[in-house]
Design a protein around this ligand. Sequence first.
Ligand SMILES: Cc1cc2nc3c(=O)[nH]c(=O)nc-3n(C[C@H](O)[C@H](O)[C@H](O)COP(=O)(O)OP(=O)(O)OC[C@H]3O[C@@H](n4cnc5c(N)ncnc54)[C@H](O)[C@@H]3O)c2cc1C
Length: 478
Amino acid sequence: MPGLELLDSLRAIVGRDHVDAGDAVREEDTHDEALTAEPVRPAAVVRPHTTEEVSALLAFADSALVPVVARGSGTGLAGGAMPVANGIVVCFDRMNRILEIDEQNHVAVVQPGLTLRELDDALAPRGFLYPVYPGEMSASLGGNVATNAGGMRAVRYGVTRHNVLGVELVLPGGQVLRTGGKFVKSSSGYDLTQLVLGSEGTLALVTEVTLKLVPRLEHNATLLAAFATLESVASAVPRLLGGGVTPLILEYLDTGVMAAIVHESGLELGVPDETRARTAAYLVVVLESSHADRLEQDTEAAAELLAQLGALDVYVLPRTAGMNLIAARERVFFVGKALGADDIVDTVVPRAEIPAFLADTAHLAVEHGAIVSGCGHVGDGNVHLSVFQPDPARRHDLLESLFRSARDHGGAVSGEHGIGTEKQSYWLALEDPAKIALMRRIKAAFDPNGILGPGRLLDAPVAAAGRVAAAAGAGEQQ
Ligand SMILES: Cc1cc2nc3c(=O)[nH]c(=O)nc-3n(C[C@H](O)[C@H](O)[C@H](O)COP(=O)(O)OP(=O)(O)OC[C@H]3O[C@@H](n4cnc5c(N)ncnc54)[C@H](O)[C@@H]3O)c2cc1C
């Protein structure tokens, strides 16, 4: 479709002021936060304001075979929101309202462009919490749904999948559907909410989300435990969780990551030099409670258990230091990026397999001449690795070996960031072909013309020139 005709059609739907094209496309809309993806300038970025506008956009795009990429806040780490050169980006930042906070049913109904920060600011005064906490509070709820975002509190509250009760979605062609609702259970046919969760914008566009809320507990405490080996910290986790402690947060950081974030944020944790010299990794345990005295008892019990599990030392951090440590942990990605990390990995294994996976990782890093530094949501088996190996071919071999090791330990390529454009080749190579074929049939049922999210997840990579014409042939890949 000629450029002007395309732009006229888009402007007729969302208004002149909400279509950016050519030089008017903002730089931040040309990429997400994936370290390996090169920015791409799309034909246009459109900013709808209502579900009706999204529906009209998808009706138009489907009939004209225009590729569509959804965008929330662009904080994704797998290239999921990377534009396609001849396609449009549907950016949800104008659909950012809280539609309802229902205090009886403990749910919030929100538009997809709302950020986690905006939601939390509205919930805090009412004593509620949306518990999913993927660190980056500028991320949108729509992006969280599409990536099935996880984060630090998953060990206690689960991931996005466990906290979304329903969605409104728009299919290619423009049909609007509602799935789920303000109820917590249903045995009434296929669970379409769960199918769309984690589908990375390749099945439908999400225009409304119904979220589960929990009471906001007032009291929390942060423990920092130093361990002499990575293996001992990883082995402590199943026993800690089995010992009756249910932490809000359970993170491990190797000494490389801890040193980098302490330096970057000027943290003072009070770990004596002598202990630091003997430490290979730290475990950070955050506990929460509605009662101060109960929290104190739990903190004492957890400290005792950590000491029994081989910690060199256990520190109960003052409240501010604890909060600062978690805030610094949130910034690990940016610290790694500033230090020149070439890629990051968020692979997941059963938590009891973490010691063996980390031993493989250390071995593979040496074999491939790389530096690999790690931290992660250890309670969920979700290991985050910063990979320093500038040579693309050697890095590719290393990542392939790391993902293969994770799979062989019973895990998966991505625990929470998604596959996007950047982890696609590894995932397609390692995943069961029968499952990929079934997923392609599901994709074709939602999106027969293959307009949504070309070049990511299941779809073949897009050539730099884009694929408006090729979109029609997407069904051939099944
Ligand atoms: C410093 C930092 C820390 C992070 N920590 C974590 C973490 O701990 N855990 C974690 O899980 N993630 C983490 N992330 C990754 C990121 O924040 C999440 O992936 C988040 O869910 C992305 O949301 P977004 O709004 O930025 O989505 P985007 O990056 O804009 O998009 C992500 C995907 O969602 C799709 N999408 C967006 N909106 C819609 C919609 N309305 N309908 C359909 N599809 C849509 C896009 O097409 C794309 O495939 C971190 C990122 C950073 C930069």
